[in-house]
Design a protein around this ligand. Sequence first.
Ligand code: PEP
Ligand code: MN
Length: 339
Amino acid sequence: MIIVLKPGISKRSETAVLQEIRKLGYRPHVMRGVARTVIGAIGDELANANLNVLSAQFPEAVESVMPIQKRYKLVSREAHPGAFTIRVRDQLIGGGKFQVMAGPCSVENESQLLQTAQAVKAAGATILRGGAFKPRTSPYEFQGLGEKGLKLLAKARKETGLPIITELLSENHADLVAEYADILQIGARNAQNFQLLIAAARTGKPVLLKRGLSMKIEEWLLAGEYVLANENPNLMFCERGIRTFETYTRNTLDLAAVPIVKHESHCPVVVDPSQGAGRADLVAALCKGAVAMGADALLIEVHPNPAEAWSDSAQQLTLEGFAKLMRELQPFITAAGRE
Ligand code: PEP
Ligand code: MN
């Protein structure tokens, strides 16, 4: 922690602050500037008392108390300086290969899912997405097929060989969803549902954590910390847009979050341009941007007939649209040094 002292305070006040810092278990390191004196308090912030009390205790002497250590530890890059990859069946996420997860927003029926799975595989997708439990804003909208949807996803995996990612909506479903899924998706609406994050971590399956609708990057990293703190190292972050004042897009896709999270954390970063824009016509441009910004994977919604989709119809790509996107994306993936 850094303690900034007010200018012109008495020697006696300064000594009192130093004494209190020692009493709280830290070693004070005094730095005297021209205008101001700053104290670095060295010690374990997790084991010792919180130094924020100094502002209230010495209002005449202490101007501010600032943390220097990051609040997240296990997700931080320092915790894992080398390359980090997550194995999902025979795919590696976070390595040299750029991964594309694609499929419908919701699993609706067998032919819709199998047709999409075959088409996205043929176009080069490496992982199949599909929601069986859907987090809908209105209780009157389609809530997903539940276990029936999970069974269809398992069937699609069997037919195509593509691993599957699907959303875990409730702690009560953790074992059920983990029985079928290769990656558990934690949705934006649940990004700070800490008990759900713990339950997801404990299944042992890789976890993809979406960014919450109004979540700061630090909060997102700290939410991810729950997964690693519960003995599951296989976490990836997924930027899917945040809520802003803008109305031309459903959300504002924060591509700056990609290099920031990659700088702060060793965990792979995925971008979801479909929820990000809410518009199919913007998906290709956002995918190219995501690749250029250093993302490790994309999560894209694709539907055989988007106009008739039971959820998120405006943002899903057609099968042909997805194939075209994959062709256009290839030079960007190569330029980013990935295959
Ligand atoms: C989805 O992927 O279909 C979804 C509901 O995502 P989010 O949680 O990001 O809104
Ligand atoms: Mn969706």
